[in-house]
Design a protein around this ligand. Structure first.
Ligand code: YH5
Length: 277
């Protein structure tokens, strides 16, 4: 099951690790555009060295309650980093954005994966993705980052998430996104309480059975804090357990902050699955 990322082919029958690279002002507190770009490049080098197949660059914080930023601000944060990484590193550059202008410009500068937590619902996003011609991840989110964690409710969370994602799949395929360029993501923490998140994790194999590779992002998220009682800085062991479960249930990409450790966890799952029983 090969997927082509602008010339780089990856077998999504195996599980790969995507490293998270935040380029929000609070992620590099000393500020300054050059500082930011260099700090991001240092972090990206380390992630690729640690075995990340993807580096996911995001300029807009989508954490619960976070404020939105202008298109120009997002372009100014993301583009220099995409350009610097594309010039130096052998990796698939993913851009974590919902903004059509950022999709278009990032792909022009060397990104080859669009990771949109709003599933291309912003005006112009479907067209930008079609014209970019690269793989896209469609993620489920109930509500908006500002209000999504205020009492989210579902009749059947797995069914509702699958039905939302498949309606987006139909729409984007109709518009010209290739079926072989689509990944799905249940959107852990995006308008879900702990029970919803756990049901989705338990049902991940059914999501995979929809016929599209699955991406999972649980790294450091509050569901891990709720389960363990740990602060965000102490959630790595819980994150590795969640990543292991996701890999065993057929996830193709695990999006994480801690690349080195997650690559090892995924290797254990892959080694077990290579044994012919
Ligand atoms: C995702 O799940 N998530 S940004 C709150 C946290 C920690 C981390 C401490 N982009 C996803 O990572 N893209 C984000 O609390 C994503 N899937 C995909 N495809 C949120 C994030 C985070 C939020």
């Amino acid at each position: 099951m090969l997927m082509n990322f602008a010339g780089r082919s990856l077998d999504l029958a195996r599980c790969h690790v995507m490293g998270i690279l935040n380029v929000t002002p609070d992620s590099f507190s000393d500020g300054g555009r050059f500082n930011q770009r260099d700090a991001a490049l240092v972090q990206a080098r380390r992630m690729v060295n640690d075995g990340a197949a993807f580096v996911d660059i995001g300029g807009e914080s989508t954490r619960p309650g976070s404020a939105s930023i202008s298109v120009q601000e997002e372009l100014d944060r993301v583009c220099p980093v995409v350009e610097a990484i594309a010039a130096e590193l052998d990796t698939v550059i993913s851009v974590d954005t919902s903004t059509p202008e950022v999709m278009t410009e990032s792909v022009r500068l060397g990104a080859s994966f669009i990771n949109d937590v709003r599933a291309l619902q912003r005006d112009g996003a479907v067209k930008a993705a079609v014209e970019a011609g690269v793989p896209v991840c469609l993620t489920h989110m109930k509500g908006q980052p500002g209000d999504m964690q205020v009492k989210p409710e579902y009749d059947n969370v797995s069914r509702e998430v699958a039905s939302f994602l498949m309606s987006r799949v139909r729409l984007v395929e109709e518009a010209g996104v290739l079926a072989r360029h689509i990944l799905l993501d249940p959107g852990f923490g995006f308008g879900k309480n702990l029970n919803h998140n756990l049901e989705l994790l338990a049902g991940l194999a059914q999501m995979r059975a929809l016929g599209y590779p699955v991406l999972v992002g649980v790294s450091r998220k509050s569901m891990l804090g709720e389960i363990t009682g740990r602060d965000v800085s102490e959630r790595l062991p819980a994150g590795l357990a969640a990543a292991t479960i996701a890999a065993m249930k057929g996830a193709s990409i695990i999006r994480v902050h801690d690349v080195r450790e997650t690559v090892d966890a995924v290797k254990v799952v892959a080694a077990m699955e290579e044994v012919v029983q």
